[in-house]
Design a protein around this ligand. Sequence first.
Ligand code: 0O2
Length: 214
Amino acid sequence: QVPDALISQAQEFQRAMMMYTCAIREVKTKLEVLNDELSIKNQRNPIEMIKSRVKKPLSIVEKLQRRNLPVTLESMMNNLDDVAGIRVICSFVDDIYAVANMLVSQDDITVIAIKDYIKNPKSNGYRSYHLIIEIPVFFSEEKKNLRVEVQIRTIAMDFWASLDHQLKYKKDIGAAADEISEDLRQCAEVIAATDQHMLQIRKSIEEKSARQSK
Ligand code: 0O2
């Protein structure tokens, strides 16, 4: 027979995960509203895609252990900022900043942290704009402020990060590791340059069509 304490812990965990899922839904709706409005205003979508996930129990335990933190529900809720995660894939680099600013200026959102890995890429070449925000979610008997990690990046940055993520799980590559890391970093540079180029092309088209319509 399963002990009552275990059942009660499992139920509490399930409730916490439900809360994070609801927080994701709230933030996702905000992003969809912005995308709908901007697509009419600018005649193009700044957001290509929105992906989301709640962190898997095993990843939660591993992260708490890695940080030498207690593996409890309370510790998870107090210490982990990425239990609820949203990834926003934008068309162009300037869309990232536009969407981020519009999101954080909403008065029910509190910004906890910002990491701009676009202005300051990681040494391996990783680029993305990370926001940790807190949002109130109203449940039947309480209002809960919940943290959500929002990663905003272009299609090109997402392409690189997805492949980088896959490659990291490959077998030990021993002595070739440095060379491969350098190759990956160079790919990230090429991708970043292409992103800038695509932005210039869009701006030049916008200028030309604005002149034509005068
Ligand atoms: P997953 O499976 O995507 O959730 P930490 O969260 O402790 O690892 P920190 O400094 O709190 O580190 O967070 P950081 O670096 O701002 O963001 C961590 C998340 O960003 C990662 O989550 C990845 O999603 C993404 N990320 C950061 N660096 C890289 C990178 O070099 N390559 C790729 N592909 N993604 C990266 P998780 O939990 O590690 O993974």
